[in-house]
Design a protein around this ligand. Structure first.
Ligand code: XIL
Length: 309
């Protein structure tokens, strides 16, 4: 907690604001975990990113949702109603306190630019679900910046193109979209600074903010290099430099504080490589080379330097 309050200017919940975590039943909410995080961040003067309203993968959906929709005479109408209620309840509760919301998480297929066919929102409502969610969120908190967040676009140019096209359609329909998040889970491939910078620029060219929202870079990626911790540090610096080069890149969020607490060590695709050690602090909360590389990148970007001896 001390590291989280001392070292970071922004906070996001890993799980506690997902629909499944918040709503044990359709009309029942338990905000205890989410409130705790909000109180912590505000007490420390930190910005909050809300994550995430609508996500159909892993632990994103409430366990009761499918049964609830199956039982409805008009499942699409019931889903619209549930989405409206959920957004009003959650975004409304934290209005003025949560600066950014990942309203939609991962609309596209993992390895394609098409909508994910397994996405219950898309199945029942089509692309309209994006606009609906954004409009409800905007009504509940007009000051919140609303994001679509996507994964594995950083090394899949076609998927990234599809994400841009999607954002353009949403904007053309007049829905309130303010930013695009690239998750930055680099466990399949290390980041490429030039590619990432170009993608962030293309987001900015739409007039949208861009953020890296869930950054982690596992150490085993660099096993074949002489100094894996140094290579990991360089990869972190590359991500930060890409963002620093783009004025509308407004933030980078790492997906965890220290290597003893990373989802990658239990996630099915990456658990076999545990310990993944993908973060800025080691399991003893000591700053790693990656931490120092990030600090250097940030200091280098400050237009003035304090010179001392
Ligand atoms: C992950 C959490 O880190 C895990 O604890 C949980 O078991 C599953 O979800 N993309 C996202 C995040 O948008 O919400 C996911 O978080 C990681 C992938």
């Amino acid at each position: 907690m001390q590291v989280a309050s001392r070292e970071f200017t922004s906070v996001t919940p890993e799980n506690s604001m997902k629909w499944r975590s918040l709503a044990p039943a359709p009309d029942e909410y338990d905000f205890s975990g989410a409130d705790q995080l909000v109180d912590f961040a505000l007490a420390n003067g930190q910005r909050l990113r809300g994550h995430t309203l609508f996500w159909h993968r892993l632990n994103g959906l409430p366990s009761w949702l499918h049964a609830e929709l199956d039982a409805a005479s008009d499942p699409a109408a019931r889903l619209r109603e549930l989405m409206a209620d959920h957004t009003a309840t959650v975004v409304g509760r934290y209005a003025g306190r949560i600066a950014q919301w990942d309203v939609i998480n991962e609309p596209l297929g993992i390895a394609s630019g098409d909508f994910d066919r397994e996405n219950i929102f898309y199945q029942l409502l089509g692309e309209e679900y994006l606009d609906l969610a954004l409009l409800h969120a905007h009504a509940a908190d007009p000051s919140a910046e609303l994001f679509i967040n996507e994964t594995f676009t950083e090394f899949q140019p076609q998927k990234f193109d599809a994400l841009i096209a999607l954002a353009q359609r949403v904007l053309a329909r007049g829905a309130p979209l303010h930013g695009i998040g690239l998750q930055g889970h680099f466990f399949l491939r290390a980041p490429d600074e030039a590619v990432l910078r170009d993608q962030l620029r293309r987001i900015a060219a739409l007039g949208l903010k861009a953020e890296i929202t869930e950054l982690d870079i596992p150490l085993p990626l660099f096993d074949t290099t002489p100094d894996p911790l140094a290579a990991q540090a360089q990869a972190y610096a590359d991500v930060f430099n890409a963002c620093l080069a783009v004025p509308l890149c407004s933030g980078i969020t790492v997906w965890g504080v220290d290597d003893a607490h990373t989802w990658l060590d239990s996630f099915v695709i990456t658990a076999g490589n545990a310990p993944n050690r993908p973060l800025l602090f080691d399991g003893q909360l000591q700053a790693k080379p990656a931490y120092h590389a990030v600090v250097d990148a940030l200091l280098d970007a400050v237009p003035w330097r304090i010179v001392s001896n």
